[in-house]
Ligand binder design. Structure first.
Ligand SMILES: [Zn+2]
Ligand SMILES: [Zn+2]
Length: 385
């Protein structure tokens, strides 16, 4: 199972001295490129790449984790992803991990959030439209459970109130550009040739304001701060984008507004590992609890619950707490929490404890260790006696 892991800086394609901003930008760019929705032909591979990118970003975007990684490499931050020997591979036999991204579009439109990826690309609108914006929103695992309304604040171009977006002083109208006489192009003599070039005065539009609005210098929009609340639906996952129509940049001189895309990243949790709607965790119990059976406490996202462990529980046994996972984006109830037990052997022992175990040992030759028995029954066939 242990596969050589790639260097996180290499994964994100940045220098070891890269700034926090450069790291964020690299992550965004790669997350878009390797989003499984954008790679329908090799979805599995894209999902793997996407996980790798997220993990690298998780570490390099956190100054503490980054410094631990710089000093000790992967082992310095191992605990952030695999507590003990935890790995999702162990849980895969329980569940066919369902496709994380299919069917999401319909679902999000039912939340009033509009389409996901794959909409209209940039630059396909008229030249005067505002650009689309993107906002990287990091949320906690607990927010995935019930959904959340999260306030966002960001800079964008707003329509200028002084000229109501016209770009003309006091809202005055436009006149035919005197430079190009409304053609949008001017002729330039170049040696023997006459060449056409875009008019600099009107930028090729053919018309210009009589007098530019002093507040926005004739652009019809100016930089402002936008506050809005985004509704994050329950069950959302890293890499998904929410589209908010018309919340991007204002257009130039009354042009169409761009859209705002909110890219979601769910922060990793110190205790739970997520796979779709299910959560998994490791739970240490004592050797005695495993042997005798016990009622043990298990943390869940909504509080601690009691779980019954039967007598004879073995290390690595997995128990399922139904409905203690996350909501599914597609509806249809909640996922489960899978609890894998780790059995702790008591140490150090006091004299009386040692004595009690020695007494137990004298009594335990009557088939209470069937695995050991079976192992040697098989081994005897190929080990020389
Ligand atoms: Zn203005
Ligand atoms: Zn002109």
């Amino acid at each position: 199972m242990p596969v050589a892991k790639r260097d996180y800086y290499e994964v994100l394609g940045v220098d070891r001295s890269a700034s926090a901003d450069a790291i964020k930008q690299a992550f965004r760019r790669l997350a878009m490129k390797h989003h499984p929705d954008r790679n329908p032909d090799n979805k599995k591979e894209a999902e793997e790449r996407f996980k790798e990118i997220s993990e690298a970003y998780e570490v390099l975007s956190d100054p503490q984790k980054r410094s631990a990684y710089d000093q000790h490499g992967h082992s310095g931050v191992e605990g952030a992803f695999r507590h003990g020997n935890f790995s999702w591979e162990d849980f895969h036999h329980f569940e066919d991990i369902s496709d994380l991204f299919g069917g999401l579009e319909d679902l999000l439109s039912s939340f009033g959030l509009g389409e996901m990826f794959g909409g209209r690309g940039r630059g396909q609108r008229s030249g005067l439209s505002g650009a689309d914006l993107e906002y990287l929103l990091e949320i906690e695992l607990a927010d995935v459970l019930s959904g959340k309304e999260i306030p966002l604040t960001f800079q964008r171009h707003e329509i200028c109130d002084a000229c109501r977006g016209s770009g003309g002083k006091g809202g005055t109208g436009r006149v035919s550009c005197p430079e190009c006489k409304g053609q949008g192009q001017v002729r330039i003599q170049q040696g023997f040739f006459m060449m056409a070039a875009t008019c600099r005065r009107c930028g090729g539009e053919g018309s210009a304001v009589k007098e530019a609005c002093p507040a926005c210098r004739g652009e019809g929009r100016r930089s402002g701060e936008r506050h809005l609340t985004v509704k994050v639906p329950p069950g959302i996952d890293s890499g998904m984008r929410l589209k908010l129509n018309g919340e991007g940049e204002a257009g130039v001189r009354g042009g169409e507004k761009g859209d705002l895309y909110v890219l979601i990243r769910v922060k990793s949790h110190p205790f739970f590992v997520r796979e779709g709607a299910n959560l998994a965790c490791d739970l240490p119990i004592s050797m005695v609890q495993a042997a005798l059976g016990a009622e043990v406490q298990v943390p869940t996202l909504t509080g601690t619950v009691t779980m019954k462990i039967p007598a004879g529980t073995q290390p690595g046994d997995i128990f399922r707490l139904r409905g203690k996972g996350l909501s599914s984006l597609r509806g249809g109830g909640k996922g489960d929490q899978l609890v894998r037990v780790a059995v702790e052997i008591p140490a150090p022992l006091a004299a009386a404890q040692r004595h009690a175990l020695e007494q137990f040992s004298k009594l335990s030759d009557n088939g209470v260790f069937p695995r050991i028995q079976k192992f040697w029954d098989q081994a005897k066939r190929w080990v020389k006696q």
